[in-house]
Every structure is written in structure tokens, then in C-alpha cells.
Design a protein around this ligand. Structure first.
Ligand code: PXG
Length: 455
């Protein structure tokens, strides 16, 4: 395509490109921002504006932009073997190498991985694997998945159904049968007068209540993100996961921990399961698996399920053309080696994660901020019109959108989920860049507060 200017690019985009999670007409009227290149933690748009990407793309560019090693690996692999599949009793070195590498960085009991092309496909795989497992165990009635309200597990039919977002369920008559949702551990919104500790226990006990309501013999699995990402970086109260674990120990249901966002170093540990001391039976992964350089996802399978599928399962009738795609797999393996060999995960745990959380919490004094949350290199700010009451401004969500737009126009990409501001920067962010991120965030909070007449 010959070099087109921004206006020409925007016009063609408007004519031909349908964007995800978008009001197409409104976007056509407002126009799109053309992102042209990126380096480290920064993006540049087609007008030359530089932005600090505090969202790492979409929670995924863990090693940062511009790592030419990954482009070289892709180039070499594409010339060697641009595609072959893992059907027909065939395999190829990149898929084998990546599967082995994943088994080395995941919890010790998890040594098998089923590949796919995205996090949504990973959760569709989970849906089918879990039901297949219980069929093989002679308990075909154990079909129901328990998930959380406001969870995000993807946008395929099963992924969106496992997710708990009502506005997604309204489009397409979701959820599909066999999926129910319980309370989320979102203290700022739903804790009422309870302390976070009390609310954590209460939210967790919703799981036992649901198991008893449905009957243990019909419940297949509990699926949860260690920290709900797209729902608003809902870091559960400290009492939540220990209580969930206590409940899971009492009942024979599988634990699925969705590590699409928390995986590959986001919390300062390889996985959110490591951070919270969880022992998943299945772990959907994507995003940080390849740092978003190429699409790839997977389901890491614990020994309990793997052994049954392998020893008793016969044909597992599921899979995708691009399962273990050789170029995606080669790039993902190179990405994991960079995360491991450059000590990036360790540095998040020991240095930059604590530093970001310290600087981020300084924003709690801002008049718009009702709560500051975060672990490692993921964080949230709750925008409120009354800190004590934890209430929102009228026209819910508009304050978040206003702040997000100020950020974009002042060199910072910060996500708004409703009136919750979110950051999830590349894991290679330095302390100096964290200072820049927080200072830009504070400046944009001030602009938002001025616009609202709060200051
Ligand atoms: C926990 C989790 N599980 C599954 C998926 C689905 O992955 P794919 O998108 O690769 O199919 C996700 C994806 N998370 C996601 C995807 C797109 C946008 C946003 C946002 O926060 O706006 C979040 C996710 O966050």
C-alpha cells in the first residue's frame, strides 16, 4: 500500500474495517487513531505523537516492543517451515520446544499443553476438556461450570459464556447452558459496610453455596482469573483465595485458573497461581505467552486431567488448524527465554513491581480516587465522587472515558473500564518510566477533576 496520510488511512479504515467491541457508526464519525510503530514501552501514532503504553497493547506485550530477536526467529522459521499442523500424527520442533519450555515455567504438576490461537480458544478448549474428563471418570452429569459475575474469559461462544459480562451475554442469547455465575470479590463496588477481609470470605462462600445448590455431582469446575483483569483489575481481598481453596478441598470439582493476563510475569511471579499458591487442574494461557508478537494460546494441563485424557481418553476430538503454529510457537519460545534469561520476572517481583505499587498508591490522595489496587505490574484506580461512600459520578463510565481521552491526548495509554482506570505496562518498564507513568496519570486525573469542577 503506497504511503497514505492519516486522513486517507482513517477513510479506508472507516470504509472497510469492523473493529472489536466497538460502536462502528460512532467510530466512523469520531475517526480512529492510527498506531504506526512502537519501541520499548512507547507507541507512536501516524501524526508522530509519542505515548507511554501503560497497557502493554492489551495486557500482552510483556517484553516490550521492538525486540528484533523475535522478528528474526519468525523470519527464520517462516523460511524453514511456515506452517504445518499437529494432526495426522505429525509434529514439528517449534511446538515440541515450546511445550517443553512451558512445562519448565509452569507449576510442577503441569507438564502438558494443548495449543490454540487465542485466550478465547483456550477457554473453549477448557470447556470441552473438562466435560470430556468427567465423562471418562464415569460422571457425565458433572457438566456445570461455576464462574464469576464480571469475569472475562474471551469472546467465543463458550468463552463469552464462561465470562460474566452481561452486556456480552445480551448479544447472542448467552450464556450457553451449563454455566452459572457467582459473586465477584469486588469490595469497592459490592463490599458495602463489610471490611475487605469480611467481604473476601463472603464472596468466596458464594462458591460453596452454589455447589450445594446445584449438587456436587453436577458441578464440573470452578473457573477464575487470579485477578479479574478486563473486569477492572479486581484484586481480591487477602481472605478470598484461601477460602476458595478451603472450599475446593472439600468438593470434587476441577479448578481452572485463567492466566491469560496474570501469566508470564504480570504479578512478579510466572503465574498468578504461583502468587496465590493455587494448584490449577487447567490453566488457559495466551497474551504474555508470545508478548503479543504473534497470536498463540494454550491450555496447560495438570497431571490429574492429563493422565485421564492420555490413558483412558482415546481420541480427543478437538483442535484447531493453527494449534501449535510453528512460527507462533518459535516466537513464543524465544519470548519465554527472554523473560527467563534476562531475569524480567524476577525484576518485576523484586524491584519494579514494588516500586510501581508504591508510586501508584501515592495517587490515593487525589480527590477523584476512591481506591488504589494492584499487584506487581498491574493496577487500578477507582474514580469516585465521594471517597467515603464509594459512589460514582452520574452517567456511569463517562468519567473513565473522559480520563482515558485526556491520557491519550497527553502521551499516556491508560485503560478505562467504566470509571475504573487500569494499567498493565510492559514488564520491562524502568523505575524512571514508572515515574513518568505516575506523573502523567496524576496530570490527567487533574485535567479530569478540573473538567468536572471537582478542583
Ligand atoms: C482472562 C482472559 N481470558 C481470556 C481472554 C481472551 O483472550 P483472546 O482475546 O486472546 O481471545 C482474555 C482477553 N482479554 C482481553 C481481550 C481484549 C480486550 C481486553 C480489555 O481489557 O479490553 C481484554 C482474558 O483477559
Amino acid at each position: 500500500m503506497k504511503a497514505l496520510d492519516t486522513a486517507q488511512l482513517q477513510a479506508l479504515d472507516r470504509e472497510h474495517h469492523l473493529h472489536p467491541f466497538t460502536d462502528f457508526k460512532q467510530l466512523g464519525e469520531e475517526g480512529t487513531r492510527v498506531i504506526e510503530r512502537a519501541e520499548g514501552i512507547y507507541l507512536w501514532d501516524s501524526n508522530g505523537n509519542k505515548m507511554l503504553d501503560a497497557m502493554a497493547g492489551l495486557w500482552c506485550v510483556n517484553i516490550g516492543y521492538g525486540r528484533k530477536e523475535l522478528a528474526e526467529v519468525a523470519y527464520e522459521q517462516m523460511q524453514q517451515l511456515p506452517f504445518y499442523n499437529a494432526f495426522f500424527k505429525t509434529t514439528h520442533p517449534p511446538a515440541i520446544d515450546l511445550a517443553k519450555l512451558i512445562s519448565e515455567v509452569t507449576p510442577a504438576h503441569m507438564n502438558h499443553v494443548f495449543f490454540c490461537g487465542s485466550g478465547s480458544e483456550a477457554n473453549d478448549t477448557v470447556f470441552r476438556m473438562v466435560r470430556r474428563y468427567w465423562d471418562l471418570k464415569g460422571k457425565p452429569n458433572k457438566k456445570t461450570f461455576i464462574s464469576r459475575i464480571n469475569a472475562y474469559h474471551g469472546s467465543t461462544v463458550a468463552g463469552a459464556s464462561l465470562g460474566g459480562m452481561g452486556y456480552m451475554h445480551e448479544q447472542g442469547d448467552l450464556p450457553i447452558p451449563g454455566i452459572v455465575h457467582i459473586a465477584q470479590p469486588y469490595w469497592f463496588k459490592e463490599g458495602g459496610d463489610l471490611s475487605p477481609e469480611e467481604f473476601g470470605i463472603k464472596a468466596a462462600q458464594a462458591l460453596e453455596e452454589k455447589i450445594l445448590e446445584l449438587g456436587e455431582d453436577s458441578v464440573a469446575a470452578f473457573i477464575a482469573e487470579p485477578i479479574q483483569g478486563a473486569g477492572g483489575v479486581i484484586v481480591p481481598p487477602e481472605t478470598y483465595w484461601p477460602e476458595i481453596k478451603r472450599i475446593l478441598d472439600k468438593y470434587d470439582i476441577l479448578l481452572v485458573v485463567d492466566e491469560v493476563i496474570c501469566g508470564f510475569g504480570r504479578t512478579g511471579h510466572w503465574f498468578g497461581s504461583d502468587y496465590y499458591g493455587l494448584k490449577p487442574d487447567l490453566m488457559p494461557i495466551a497474551k504474555g505467552l508470545s508478548s503479543g508478537y504473534l497470536p498463540i494460546g494454550g491450555v496447560v494441563v495438570g497431571e490429574r486431567v492429563a493422565e485421564t485424557l492420555i490413558e483412558e481418553g482415546g481420541d480427543f476430538n478437538h483442535g484447531y488448524t493453527y494449534s501449535g503454529h510453528p512460527v507462533s510457537a518459535a516466537v513464543a519460545a524465544a519470548n519465554i527465554r527472554i523473560l527467563r534469561d534476562e531475569g524480567i520476572v524476577d525484576r518485576v517481583r523484586e524491584e519494579t513491581g514494588p516500586y510501581l505499587q508504591k508510586r501508584w498508591r501515592e495517587l490515593a490522595d487525589h480527590p477523584l480516587v476512591g481506591e488504589v489496587r494492584g499487584v506487581g505490574l498491574v493496577g487500578a484506580l477507582e474514580l469516585t465522587n465521594d471517597k467515603a461512600a464509594r459512589t460514582r459520578f452520574d452517567d456511569k463510565g463517562s468519567t473513565g472515558t473522559l480520563c482515558r481521552d485526556f491520557c491519550f491526548n497527553n502521551g499516556l495509554v491508560m485503560r478505562a473500564t467504566g470509571d475504573t482506570m487500569i494499567i498493565s505496562p510492559p514488564l520491562v518498564i524502568t523505575k524512571e518510566e514508572i515515574d513518568e507513568l505516575v506523573e502523567k496519570a496524576r496530570y490527567c486525573l487533574d485535567l479530569t477533576a478540573k473538567e468536572l469542577g471537582v478542583i
